[in-house]
Unconditional design. Structure first.
Length: 284
């Protein structure tokens, strides 16, 4: 893979962010974002254990997709207090994925506000993501092609990004928003996945207090180097083609994939994975 460092700025004005990153759709990390958030000093694992310890949270691991799995269906559940104890005690594959702060613990809203980045942020879907050391997400892009502002708290995690222009080299699985699940993007086997050598993308390690901006439809792989968590705020796609792609994904593609899983079972999943390899290797 041909990865360059994600551009970094200490701070940035709204005007410069719009001109240099939002309009040209380039990723950036803001290292010293400061909107007067109490979250910057308060949010850590122990704080969430105190504020949400009795909440039962959905957990996901890195097992391959199975035809019986529902869309975003969790693999396990656990009380938040027990999950945080697990994170602090030992490495675990379990992650919290798309956990809505406002729905689960409304009082946490007092710890942050919605910054003005020159784009209208959706106010009802601040999502939290937790992970243990060495846990990771599959390479994927968000189904709604949103502009994502990813605020990281506690610990460090590796972020690898690709724009949609690199689809042809990523072993993208058809009728889905993921690449082939067998690929370890933190240490890829280029003999097995030769097309990846041509993929051009970005990488960086995200630390506490930093904000990663991911443009519309960007593929992203996240690996927790230490236990930690992040919050994503999002804005709708501005590019009309991306907006239409998002609508197709949500209202057609997702339901078609669910139907085919019911009709063909695991054969459908296996067929999609095979197509991902065949289609991508044709680009060599």
């Amino acid at each position: 893979m041909q990865l360059v460092d994600i551009p970094r700025v200490k701070t940035i004005s709204k005007q410069d962010f719009v001109r240099l990153y939002l309009k040209p759709q380039r990723p950036v990390i803001i290292e010293e974002f400061d909107a007067g958030w109490p979250a910057h000093s308060k949010w850590n694992l122990e704080y969430f254990k105190k504020m949400a310890g009795d909440k039962v949270v959905p957990l996901y691991d890195d097992r391959p997709v199975h035809h019986d799995d529902g869309f975003n269906e969790p693999h396990a559940e656990m009380k938040m207090s027990d999950y945080i104890d697990l994170l602090q005690r030992e490495p675990t594959k379990f992650r919290i994925f798309l956990w809505n702060v406002l729905k689960e613990v409304p009082s946490l809203q007092k710890d942050f506000s919605y910054p003005d980045f020159g784009i209208r942020l959706l106010k009802h879907v601040p999502m939290l993501f937790f992970g243990g050391r060495n846990s990771h997400t599959f390479m994927h892009h968000d189904i709604d092609f949103a502009n994502i502002f990813h605020f990281h708290f506690e610990g460090e995690k590796l972020c690898i990004l690709f724009p949609q222009s690199e689809n042809k080299y990523l072993y993208r699985v058809p009728h889905s928003i993921i690449t082939h699940e067998s690929i370890d993007f933190s240490n890829p086997n280029f003999e097995k996945w030769p097309a990846l050598k041509k993929a051009k993308g970005y990488k960086s390690i995200l630390k506490h207090g930093e904000v990663l901006y991911m443009p519309e439809g960007y593929w992203h792989y996240m690996k927790y180097l230490t236990p930690g968590f992040s919050m994503s705020l999002r804005a709708l796609a501005r590019n009309p083609l991306n907006f239409l792609e998002a609508a197709y994904n949500i209202f057609i593609m997702r339901h078609f994939d669910i139907l085919m899983r019911k009709l063909q079972g695991q054969k459908w999943i296996d067929k999609k994975n095979e197509k991902a390899i065949l289609r991508t290797n044709r680009m060599l």
